[in-house]
Design a protein around this ligand. Structure first.
Ligand SMILES: [Cu+2]
Length: 189
């Protein structure tokens, strides 16, 4: 487990470095990439904010939590990371489902986030396949200090919109269900 966590931290640090480099390119309009991996074809979405409560009776563990989400798309592939900090330590060891949802993150209104973002649905495929390749699943387990990390790589680029990452009370099952919606992080681009 320590190996996995360390490895994940390394991967996320690399993505964050690339994100920063890509952002610098966007901000400065520099023609040449800044940093080794800042491809001009990569698209980067970031969000860093306090989590919004969706179910005040259930979401106490996330009352003071904040989240960082980064989506990096290159070609047909998107890498997504989620870092959550400030989770109540009583939740250490618990696992929670988390997904990119198609709708906005509105405090107190879990339904506003709508269904999972699903690339089959966007493409009009009926019925849509529901799995970790058609949706962005970012389940995590809370560490002893109240921190959690998750990463997913999917073979599509989510379309822009006012979207959210929703944290659920249970890990995601193979139908994509994870129980009540506890908290969310707004993600708009
Ligand atoms: Cu969800």
């Amino acid at each position: 487990m320590v190996f996995v966590r360390t490895d994940l931290e390394g991967v996320m640090a690399a993505i964050l470095r690339r994100t920063l480099a890509a952002s610098i390119v966007l901000l400065t309009g520099a023609a040449a990439p800044v940093g080794a991996a800042a491809s001009p074809n990569s698209k980067v979405v970031t969000a860093h904010d306090g989590l919004r409560d969706l179910e005040p009776d259930l979401s106490g563990a996330f009352d003071r939590a904040h989240g960082l989400a980064v989506l990096v798309s290159r070609g047909e592939s998107t890498s997504a990371i989620l870092r959550v900090r400030g989770i109540e330590r009583s939740a250490a060891g618990r696992s929670f489902g988390a997904h990119l949802h198609s709708g906005p993150c509105v405090a107190g209104d879990g339904a506003a986030a709508g269904p999972h973002y699903n690339t089959d649905t966007v493409a009009g495929k009926v019925p849509p396949r529901v799995n970790r390749s058609t949706e962005v699943w970012l389940d995590f387990t809370v560490g002893p200090s109240g921190a959690a990390n998750a990463m997913a790589v999917v073979p599509f680029t989510p379309l822009p919109g006012n979207r959210s990452i929703v944290i659920h009370e249970k890990p995601t099952d193979h139908h994509g269900a994870a129980g009540a919606r506890l908290a969310c992080l707004p993600l708009s681009w």
